[in-house]
Design a protein around this ligand. Structure first.
Ligand code: DOR
Ligand code: ZN
Ligand code: ZN
Ligand code: ZN
Length: 375
């Protein structure tokens, strides 16, 4: 029996878009610290991106990553396999056949890592041999991804859409019944930072000029507003954080793209609910239900068992100050929302029926064996 008083009980957050940095870049984050950040904030499942070292572009590398996460993660996890500029289509086929991943992430613009694919023939082959393809695509690359999906693909998930102009492209595709069909659906992801931050905030201090850099870059206040309106029209499918930790020393030394996100995403959204910007139902859809549907977690046979009890308890009225009232679990040690006063905080996280976070304390005694790997 758990007494939750007046608090809100909801499904655990599923974050489709994180960079946990293991293997190879573990001075920034690893599966232990990244998953601790998750449980604290109410994220019970994360999907990790392939731009690690080595890149997750062979079945062997994927299996090694899976082993590492299995030993360390205290939440459920899955992986997006990576498309390689060197044409790893045979590896993609192997991975999809083995069911070790169901999705392929490709980079169509320059960002952190060395995974940019520019060769059209490789892009066509990747779309032609994958199920759902997640893209880092900006501006006209979004048009290209939509075309590739229509002509060759079986599903497109556009990551971190930052602006009115770019989101309109994806919304138009979603509404066009030749571009968005059952055979090749189109999904739109928006990050918290493109909702809550903008160039005005970035340019306001020397520190923010360095810290608030990522790909895609922050846009204008009017873009924030368009993204919120689109969310409230039901035109956005998911909130993914693009949790991309870099040490603060690296960020302050030279322009480095990416910011942490899992530790603040739900609280920011609950705060937005308190400000009248979004309903609790919409938060649940964007952060729990739609990710589960898109990643097909709900259809995974016996794995389902573990998912009946990924539950969080949120105090929607709790006021707190980010980074002051709490410590940062992510190895990167900072947050772009430091000193933000928020109303709404996760108070308890249950993963697969076990309480792993309660009243500020993380119980990580059950890592590895008791979390689920999501094929
Ligand atoms: O800002 C970003 N950082 N954008 C990306 O696409 C990758 C990410 C990272 O891995 O650091
Ligand atoms: Zn990206
Ligand atoms: Zn990313
Ligand atoms: Zn991204």
């Amino acid at each position: 029996i758990i007494d939750v008083e007046e608090k809100l009980v909801m499904p655990g957050v599923i974050d489709v878009h994180t960079h946990m940095r293991e293997p190879g870049i573990t001075y920034k984050e690893d599966f232990a610290t990244g998953s601790r950040a998750c449980v604290k904030a109410g994220v019970t499942t994360f999907y990790d991106m392939p731009n690690t070292i080595p890149t997750t572009t062979t079945l062997k590398n994927l299996l090694e990553k899976k082993k590492l996460a299995g030993e360390k993660s205290i939440v459920n996890f899955g992986f997006h396999f990576g498309g390689s500029k060197n044409d790893n289509v045979e590896e993609i086929k192997k991975v999809l056949r083995n069911g070790e991943a169901n999705t392929v992430k490709i980079f169509m613009n320059v960002t952190t890592g060395e995974m940019l694919i520019e060769d059209d023939e490789v892009l066509k082959k990747v779309f032609g041999n994958s199920k759902l393809v997640l893209v880092h695509a900006e501006n006209e690359m979004i048009d290209k991804a939509i075309e590739l999906n229509k002509n060759y693909g079986k599903g497109l998930y556009v990551c971190h859409i930052p602006s009115e102009e770019e989101l309109k492209k994806v919304i138009n595709a979603k509404k066009n019944n030749e571009l968005n069909t059952k055979e090749h659906p189109v999904y739109a992801e928006v990050t918290p930072h493109h909702l809550f931050l903008n160039t005005e905030i970035r340019e306001s201090t020397e520190r923010n000029k360095m810290l608030l850099r990522m790909k895609p870059e922050l846009r204008e206040k009017s873009d924030n507003e368009f993204l919120w309106e689109a969310i409230n029209r039901g035109e956005v499918d998911t909130i993914g954080t693009d949790h991309a930790p870099h040490l603060i020393s690296e960020k302050l030394e030279k322009i480095t793209f990416g910011m942490p996100g899992v530790e603040t995403s739900l609280a920011l959204m609950i705060n937005a609910f308190n400000e009248g910007k979004i309903s609790l139902e919409a938060i649940q859809k964007l952060m729990c239900e739609n990710p589960a549907k898109i990643m097909k977690i709900e259809k995974r046979g016996k794995l389902q068992e573990g998912f009946f009890a990924d539950i969080i308890v949120v105090d929607t009225q709790k006021e707190w100050i980010v980074g002051v009232d709490d410590t940062i679990e992510s190895k990167c040690g900072w947050t772009p929302y430091e000193n933000w006063k928020l109303k709404g905080k996760n108070t308890m996280t249950i993963v697969n029926g076990k309480i792993v976070y309660e009243n500020g304390k993380i119980n990580d005694s059950h890592n590895g064996k008791e979390v689920n790997f999501l094929k």
